[in-house]
Design a protein. Structure first.
Length: 456
């Protein structure tokens, strides 16, 4: 009975961690979408931010996230995931406070850089930690909580933004809403247990064995203990072996695909697009963003929890990217009929919003969950932390580049040129995925590693 209760408590704690860590990541990424419209720290008319300043404010978070991802991957084996998660949460708190209180654009950017470092650390380590801390039977479900909560909290962010705007609150109030989840994650991190892998690295094998026996079946606990104590993974320095370099290339490519779909551009700039390009009232633009992210959240839940184990990973990725290409092109075509704000077709504008909803179904329902899953599967245990760190750096730098240039692209190329360009980029992503990404469904991690060695 005590063992069952211990297993249940651990499962509840890991689920709570997935909810808060994924939630903080998703909320932080998306809250800026509503705040950008009302910011008065810029050099534009009335203090509004110029296109370049919008890109700077949005992308500062992602530079910090890239740095945090690198540090987490580098130091996870030394300090352990518990302390990396706690450090990330503690960084997020002052970053959120500085962002909400910033008297200048420079300090706002610094605050977002700091909070970005925090969520970069947590988003790199939490999936690995969750997988280590639960048994095989619960692993898929618990790890999926983290990725699904990213999207659910993105929906929460746009909904809270819309409510606060209706109440007459300013952009600072929207950014203040980041503080509570950061504090809750820091408090939760204080109660986390060291992972079995980290305990073994520190020579505390007895404690690792006790924890494993309390959180999974005895047979699985013995097998896991043996695998962690005598890993079959390549004992190489970094990624010097040719087959590991190929794995790293695939991992970085998959991480970049996650961002090249352009979904986070919709999350960041949807209200701005609706206001500046489609001529919507600022309040209406925030409300119009809610159904787009709602569809995204529903798609992520169905795809991430319902479809991911029923079809091959490569097939899901290929179908997702094909749909992404088609509907990015469709959004671009719709822009041709929208015209300038107030002079184009209102019907075309609403059709374009409909195209955005279908587009996010393909990205969040298929591409996003399978890319996160592949990243957790393809790296061998001995280089998993560093591999995830490098992949997350690539993901955040790609996100940074896209968010930095998107307002300028939209201003210079127009909506049609910008979205057709993204469609072309995703054609290249589809070719890469089909040629380079291995199939991992139904295979053990040892099988995946052995096949990676053979391909090299």
């Amino acid at each position: 009975m005590a063992a069952i209760q211990g297993r249940r408590r651990n499962l509840q704690l890991m689920t709570a961690l997935g909810v808060l860590a994924g939630g903080l990541y998703g909320y932080t990424l998306t809250v800026i979408s509503g705040a950008l419209i009302g910011m008065n720290l810029g050099s534009g008319p009335g203090g509004h931010l110029t296109a370049g300043e919008q890109g700077m404010v949005t992308s500062a978070l992602l530079i910090g996230a890239a740095l945090g991802s690198y540090l987490a991957g580098k130091f996870n084996d030394r300090f352990g995931p518990k302390h990396i998660i706690l450090a990330g949460a503690l960084l997020a708190i002052p970053g959120a406070l500085l962002s909400a209180l910033a008297p200048s654009l420079i300090l706002l950017g610094l605050g977002r850089l700091i909070i970005g470092a925090g969520i970069g650390m947590t988003s790199t380590i939490v999936p690995i930690y969750l997988a280590d801390m639960v048994g095989t039977e619960e692993r898929g479900r618990v790890v999926s909580v983290n990725s699904v909560m990213i999207v659910v909290w993105q929906l929460l962010a746009v909904s809270v933004n819309a409510i606060l705007d209706r109440m007459g609150a300013d952009w600072r109030t929207m950014l203040w809403a980041l503080v509570p989840p950061a504090i809750l994650l820091a408090l939760l991190a204080c109660f986390l247990h060291d992972s079995p892998a980290h305990l073994i690295r520190r020579g505390q094998s007895d404690q690792a064995a006790v924890f494993l026996e309390s959180t999974r079946d005895q047979a699985e606990a013995r097998v896991t203990m043996r695998e962690l104590s005598h890993p079959a993974s390549a004992k190489t320095a970094g990624f010097k072996a040719p087959w590991l370099r190929r794995v790293l290339i695939v991992g970085i490519g998959v991480a970049m695909i996650n961002q090249l779909t352009g979904l986070n551009i919709v999350n960041y700039y949807a209200p701005t697009i609706f206001t500046d390009t489609l001529g919507f009232d600022p309040s209406l633009s925030m409300v119009a963003t809610v159904p787009v992210i709602l569809v995204s959240a529903i798609a992520a839940t169905i795809g991430g929890l319902g479809l991911i184990d029923r079809f091959d990973r490569r097939a899901i990725l290929a179908v997702g990217l094909a749909g992404t290409i088609i509907f990015l092109a469709a959004i671009g075509v719709c822009y041709r009929f929208v015209g300038a704000p107030g002079s184009g077709s209102r019907t075309a504008a609403w059709i374009m919003i409909g195209m955005m909803m279908i587009y996010v179904v393909f990205v969040q329902g298929l591409v996003a969950p399978v890319t996160w899953l592949l990243l957790s599967e393809i790296f061998p245990q001995q280089v998993k932390s560093r591999g995830m760190g490098y992949a997350n750096v690539a993901m955040n730098l790609t996100n940074f580049g896209l968010s930095l240039v998107f307002p300028t692209l939209l201003a210079r190329l127009g909506g049609t040129g910008t979205y057709l360009l993204f469609a072309l980029i995703n054609v290249c992503a589809l070719v890469f995925a089909w040629v380079m990404v291995p199939e991992t469904r139904g295979k053990s991690l040892a099988q995946i590693e052995q096949e990676a060695r053979t391909r090299a």
